[in-house]
Design a protein around this ligand. Structure first.
Ligand code: HEM
Length: 149
């Protein structure tokens, strides 16, 4: 019981950190910024990476270990949509991560132009992240499970 509560709690807290980290990047990454600011954005990226791993681990635990049987989720296309969006967010986030890694080093007062594709990548991540709690709530209620007659 305690384990289940702890895992569910960690799932939520790590989701908060993921969203906060991407929002932090969104607020920093625009126009032309100094390398020092790029380094700050990269710290958000590290927080993002750690919390995404926690979201995944606690999500997998709820799917395969604690709570309802795994089949409750596995048979639901809403759950598969949630996983697919999570994967897409991960793929989209590769571009900002690589860019920040490449541009944080060097003279800290030097200016770096943030490509608009990068700004849009972060926006897309935020938008997709906003959809996931809705899908999670639907799947938790069993909405989407095919009716067998
Ligand atoms: C940023 C990504 C994610 C977000 C925003 C998110 C959001 C949520 C939310 C809000 C709930 C609670 C639903 C409720 O009780 O009404 C939840 C539960 C759950 N999540 Fe996630 N989740 C994410 C990633 C994942 C991943 C990657 C997996 C699977 C590998 C996963 C599997 C689950 C499972 C199995 C539950 C339990 C649902 C239930 O109580 O029946 N989640 N998630």
């Amino acid at each position: 019981m305690i384990t289940e509560i702890l895992i569910r709690y960690l799932h939520f807290v790590s989701i908060f950190v993921v969203f906060a980290a991407v929002l932090g990047q969104h607020l920093i990454l625009r126009g032309t910024i100094t390398r020092a600011r790029v380094a700050v954005a990269q710290r958000f990226d590290i927080a993002y990476a750690i919390s995404v791993v926690l979201v995944l681990a606690t999500g997998l635990a709820q799917w395969l270990w604690i709570g309802k049987p795994a089949a409750f989720y596995s048979s639901n296309p809403v759950f598969h949509t949630k996983l697919t969006l999570f994967l897409i967010i991960g793929i989209v986030s590769i571009y900002p991560s690589v860019f920040l890694g490449k541009n944080r080093k060097g003279e800290q007062s030097e200016e770096v132009v943030i490509p608009s594709a990068l700004v849009w990548s972060v926006r897309v991540e935020l938008l997709l992240l906003l959809l996931l709690p809705l899908l999670a709530t639907l799947m938790a209620k069993g909405i989407g499970i095919p009716v067998v007659d």
